[in-house]
Design a protein. Structure first.
Lengths: 147, 480
């Protein structure tokens, strides 16, 4: 019986491992923008980014993932789970929309590079004030003009 | 007991294995979707007008196209039963007074989907009770082949195998267009089988967008030679700045984004299609309401008479009927200026698997807010709908006031005629009716209830109200 269990576990590990490999699972641990377009739902965003002004200076992760180690991997884990679930079950809103938490990460990353230029705008922000979103106006910098 | 534990474990392991395999399967499906494959089942040519044949190669687009037969309605557009669209004359009896003496006072209904355009035209009382010319077919049928055949029969060069976008193809199209337009409607309509179809907007070889309506090709060429600024149509501005050696041809010069409006603007425009001269688009001065009016006022029919659509039965004024100037109104709005094409909202992109297609179920964006509006406007659907409703409700209220003013003018002139006022005395009041009528109808016949250009629609209606009341004052002055 024990042998049988060991064999079963082996098969399970094999199938799981192969599925992970087949789904390019390791690529998600990288910073390569192509990994984000593994799922075809992101093709438009990927195409747009290649034509947008930030193409030369920022990849997906530079804008969409926090720059500190813990934040980065927590965000990757949360989005990885959320995206896999949505794409497998095909139950998401179209056109796809950024979630509030990810929008906050995004805005923080605008400031990560541009803080010096916007000091006058951000200096007097109180903790409870509705945060001013850079992309509200600068909406084409990441993914090009609206389609 | 230990045995049961093992069995349970094995079952769990089996379930997990099945789960793993299912996930692998799902990923394989998603990956397969990303391999875009076009299956070419039939060879398409200029001579195939049946959309079902094109649909064999493009089933996704064809599915959407067929859904234009579904009954849809919004607050201010469409509606009615599956067999008959909403009767506008019953909904707004003022229209009977406004169109007195014209076929629109007999039968005037809300729009239905593209699928019905030919049937509706063949059965409207405007056509069955009043003889109409073949011109009407210009925008209600897949007619390129019929035009080209008629062109060849009347001496145009080349053969049917020539591409439509060629010197000979154009010559066949234009010659046939003049000939078919001059036929009676009952004869002309036998030359066509289908409502607007694939071949009207797409090249059969490359599927590229193209315009095929002779009236549009002539009209947009005239617009290009005018001085009206058209910043939303960059290829025209570019042509104007060039040497102008050859006339403006949208099929050669327009950007893809412009073509996504031009194909709709082939028909969703103002034009003259009556019997007195061949159909034309009145864009020689520009696209604005008063520029079109000025062109009509200066236009003489072959018999030398000033342009008019019909003589009003109550007042005797020679007045104008607007068709459906969506392209003109859109041209004055913020969406056009921001580079948004008709197709962006009325045929928005949607996803099927990994394939991005434009939705060929052409319909109101209000029926598809997520794909149409939320691509640019990142607000909840309800908020977007409320914004549109606010614009349309305001426009509707203003339109209603303008119609009241126009009806009052018509009744005032009619009353003065009963009291013996002469044509000379009534000239200025009748001219003001013509101006007011043109403006009220420009907004009323335009299918967006003001949304395509809210401020422009309000400007036009304000002028309409002013002209109508000025007309009443003109009549009062006679009686003093």
């Amino acid at each position: 019986m024990k042998t049988l269990l060991v064999i079963w576990t082996g098969i399970l590990a094999g199938i799981g491992g192969y599925t992970f490999f087949y789904a390019n699972g390791l690529s998600y641990l990288s910073n390569d923008p192509r990994a984000c377009a593994n799922c075809h739902i992101m093709h438009e965003q990927f195409d747009g980014w290649q034509k947008a002004s930030h193409h030369a200076v920022a990849t997906c992760n530079d804008c969409h993932v926090p720059h500190d180690f813990i934040g980065k991997w927590l965000t990757k884990a949360s989005n990885g789970h959320h995206h896999s679930e949505a794409f497998t079950l095909q139950n998401f809103h179209e056109p796809i929309q950024i979630r509030p938490g990810n929008a906050a990460v995004l805005n923080a990353n605008c400031l990560y590079c541009h803080r010096d230029y916007v000091r006058e705008i951000t200096a007097h922000r109180t903790p409870n004030a509705e945060e001013l979103k850079c992309v509200h106006c600068h909406d084409s910098v990441g993914h090009g003009p609206r389609r | 007991m230990k045995k049961f534990g093992y069995i349970l474990l094995v079952m769990l392991a089996a379930a997990a294995t099945v789960g793993g395999l299912l996930l692998k399967d799902n990923i394989a499906t998603r990956k397969a979707e990303a391999k875009q494959v076009v299956f070419k089942l039939v060879d398409l040519t200029e001579q195939i007008t049946d959309p079902a044949t094109w649909g064999k190669n493009f089933p996704r687009q064809y599915d959407g196209y067929r859904r234009t037969s579904e009954r849809t309605g919004t607050e201010y557009g469409g509606g009615g039963s599956d067999t008959l669209a909403t009767d506008k004359l019953k909904a707004d009896p003022r229209l009977v007074t406004i169109f007195d003496g014209y076929a629109f006072a007999i039968d005037y209904r809300a729009r239905r989907g593209h699928a019905y355009m030919l049937d509706d035209q063949r059965t409207t009382k405007r056509v069955t009770q009043k003889p109409q010319p073949g011109s009407c077919l210009h925008c209600h049928a897949a007619n390129t082949l019929a035009y080209r055949k008629a062109g060849l029969a009347n001496g145009a060069p080349g053969t049917l195998d020539d591409p439509l976008i060629s010197a000979t193809g154009y010559a066949q199209l234009q010659t046939g267009f003049v000939k078919v337009s001059a036929l009676s409607y009952s004869n002309a309509t036998q030359l066509v089988e289908h409502p607007v179809a694939c071949v009207d907007c797409h090249d059969p070889e490359s599927m590229q967008l193209r315009v095929t309506r002779p009236g549009f090709l002539n009209g947009i060429r005239a617009l290009a030679t005018s001085t009206d600024p058209v910043p939303h149509l960059p290829s025209i501005e570019k042509w104007r700045a060039g040497d102008r050696q050859s006339p403006y041809d949208p099929n050669q010069l327009a950007t893809r984004q412009e073509m996504r409006s031009f194909v709709c603007g082939q028909c969703h425009v103002e034009y003259y299609c009556g019997p007195k001269t061949t159909l034309f688009y009145p864009w020689n001065n520009g696209l604005k309401v008063e520029q079109i009016e000025a062109f009509y006022d200066s236009y003489k029919f072959p018999d030398g008479h000033r342009f008019y659509d019909w003589k009003h039965a109550t007042t005797g004024a020679e007045v104008l009927k607007a068709q459906h100037p969506e392209f003109e109104m859109w041209s004055q709005g913020i969406h056009a200026r921001s580079g948004v094409a008709c197709a962006d909202c009325h045929m928005p992109y949607r996803r099927e698997g990994a394939i991005k297609i434009s939705d060929h179920w052409v319909r109101s964006p209000l029926l598809n807010v997520a794909n149409s509006c939320q691509v640019c406007h990142h607000f909840p659907e309800d908020e977007i709908r409320d914004r549109v409703a606010l614009i349309q409700d305001r426009n509707h209220a203003l339109l209603s006031r303008a119609e009241d003013a126009l009806v009052a003018l018509i009744q005032t002139i009619g009353g003065a005629m009963k009291n013996g006022a002469t044509d000379t005395q009534l000239k200025s009041a009748r001219d003001l009716q013509r101006k007011a009528q043109w403006r009220v109808d420009f907004v009323n016949a335009e299918n967006s209830m003001g949304f395509h250009a809210p401020q422009e629609a309000a400007r036009i209606l304000a002028e309409a109200i002013d002209y109508a009341r000025e007309g009443e004052i003109a009549v009062l002055k006679i009686q003093q």
